[in-house]
Design a protein around this ligand. Structure first.
Ligand code: HEM
Length: 473
């Protein structure tokens, strides 16, 4: 029996075919990169219909195995450290300073270093700060008679949240705008050719990376090293995510130059992890708001009335924990417009996935859009944009209710899965839920530009400029 069970679980690898695809018909070197980037949902669903959920492509100058359904995401990432390890394209590693954590032990230590920053008591302590930031932005936008640009607004708010919560302080306008612009430049080179010249995308991104590092060294590093010695936060600052990271650094290492570099890199990459993703989530919420079906807005309002009756006007931890419909609305937004395209992996063994042989050394991209599109909990569809993912028809597809019951709750790939699942997830949910709560209670958002389509890559944003107007109610 045991032999039989093992044989079903581990198919004979030599009998399996490698994933198939059609990239060889495409442009040499670039492969399918352009087609993929122009519309990742349609591109992947078209190929999945022909080759199955695990197929072969050629992206960013190399062969890549693409994984496009939730079941195979789950299977691949539950074998993290055994079959696969984290991997980033070279341009991403160089410009972000993020090194893919591949060893199990090293990864456990790295996760532990900031885990405390996302525990419930820490999350509760950020609430007043978050509310202060949100209200300041909403008031400022509401004072603009001609409205504000949606993408610029989302980017500003996303960077403000990321930087302020990592560092534990708000930055002055000029510093925030300069740093935010450098982070945006870094982002343009995540998937690009590595040619470090002043006029190339990569060269410009490296210059921005160096500017961010210099700013951290000049403005944050001394204070961070001092905190490791004294464990005291200076007056005027608050406890941020950074302090949890500093708490696990030994005071014996403060004078070691390597410690300074580790801290500078940790600050840069943690802000990076939260910046663009949060900005995209915020602008998706703000951009979708004017088109949300009235039934959704009515239910959000009923929930906020109930929360106020029970917990008063304060957006306390208790009040925030009792907004299941607002939480479901946030999840529905990021299900339809997934804020991360996917996760990259390197195969560290030969293994079977989706009935195909994945060979050791294969680079893999597990994609969120097709994973959400082919979710077995959703009505199945042959269309390249299934109805339940059609952001141009929110009246039909936007159903927060589906998140409230086990039997209809969708899967969500946007946070990754397995040991590397996003640590910032509770932070984003809290920020997004608070934005929805404040909008529902006090503001309306109008789209002054008329109907628009969403672009999914390289970041989610409208295909044409959109101006929104925030109006106090
Ligand atoms: C909408 C917002 C966000 C999205 C969609 C998102 C998405 C992701 C994804 C997909 C991963 C997994 C990467 C992989 O498996 O290769 C990840 C990891 C991570 N994220 Fe986020 N993220 C968001 C916000 C944040 C924020 C606000 C922070 C913190 C400030 C953060 C910190 C991290 C960290 C530290 C990891 C690494 C976890 C590990 O390797 O164990 N993220 N994120």
């Amino acid at each position: 029996m045991a032999g039989k069970a093992a044989a079903t679980e581990e198919p004979a690898l030599e009998s399996l075919a490698t994933p198939t695809g059609e990239w060889t018909r495409n442009i040499p070197l670039l492969g399918e990169t352009l087609l993929f980037s122009s519309d990742p949902l349609r591109w992947s669903r078209e190929r999945m219909a022909q080759h199955g959920p695990v197929f072969q492509s050629h992206l960013l100058g190399q062969p890549v195995v693409v994984v496009g359904d939730l079941a195979n995401w789950q299977r691949a990432l539950s074998a993290e450290f055994k079959h696969v390890e984290m991997w980033f394209p070279e341009s991403f590693t160089l410009v972000s300073g993020a090194k893919a954590t591949t060893g199990k032990e090293q990864h456990a230590l790295q996760r532990k270093a900031i885990a405390r920053a996302f525990e419930p008591d820490a999350m509760a302590s950020y609430l007043p700060f978050m509310e202060q930031i949100l209200r300041r932005y909403l008031d400022q936008w509401a004072s603009q008679p001609n409205g504000v640009d949606l993408v610029a607004a989302g980017r500003k708010l996303g960077f403000e949240f990321a930087a302020a919560l990592v560092l534990g302080r708000e930055l002055d306008d000029q510093t925030r705008d300069e740093l935010s612009a450098h982070y945006s430049t870094v982002l343009t080179a995540f998937f690009t050719v590595v040619v470090d010249l002043p006029f190339t995308t990569f060269g410009k991104a490296m210059a921005s990376r160096n500017a961010i590092q210099a700013w951290i060294r000049e403005n944050i590093l001394d204070e961070a090293l001092e905190y490791i010695k004294t464990r005291e936060i200076p007056s005027g600052a608050r406890r941020g995510i950074l302090h949890s990271f500093l708490d696990v650094q030994s005071s014996d290492s403060v004078d070691d130059p390597a410690t300074a570099q580790i801290i500078a890199d940790a600050i840069q990459t943690t802000i990076l992890a939260g910046n663009d993703t949060t900005a995209t989530g915020m602008l998706s919420l703000l951009g979708m708001w004017p088109q949300l079906p009235q039934r959704v807005k009515d239910r959000l309002r009923e929930e906020q009335d109930e929360v106020r009756r029970k917990y008063g006007d304060e957006l306390s931890a208790k009040a925030m924990a009792n907004m299941p419909y607002a939480m479901s609305t946030v999840k529905e937004v990021i299900r339809i417009l997934p804020t991360a395209v996917g996760v990259w992996r390197n195969a560290i063994a030969d293994f079977e996935l989706g009935g195909k042989l994945i060979q050791k050394g294969s680079k893999m991209l597990l994609m969120t859009h097709p994973a959400h599109g082919s979710d077995p909990k959703m009505p199945s569809s042959d269309s390249l944009v299934p109805e339940h993912m059609d952001a141009s028809n929110l009246e039909d597809c936007f159903q927060p209710e589906r998140w409230l019951k086990d039997s209809t709750r969708p899967g969500l790939a946007v946070w990754g899965m397995g040991p590397h699942t996003c640590q910032g997830l509770p932070l984003f949910y809290q920020e997004a839920k608070m934005l929805l709560a404040i909008l529902t209670r006090s503001y309306d958002v109008q789209n002054l530009s008329g109907p628009f389509e969403w672009m999914l890559m390289p970041m989610i944003k409208p295909k044409t400029p959109v101006t929104i107007q925030i109006k106090p109610r």
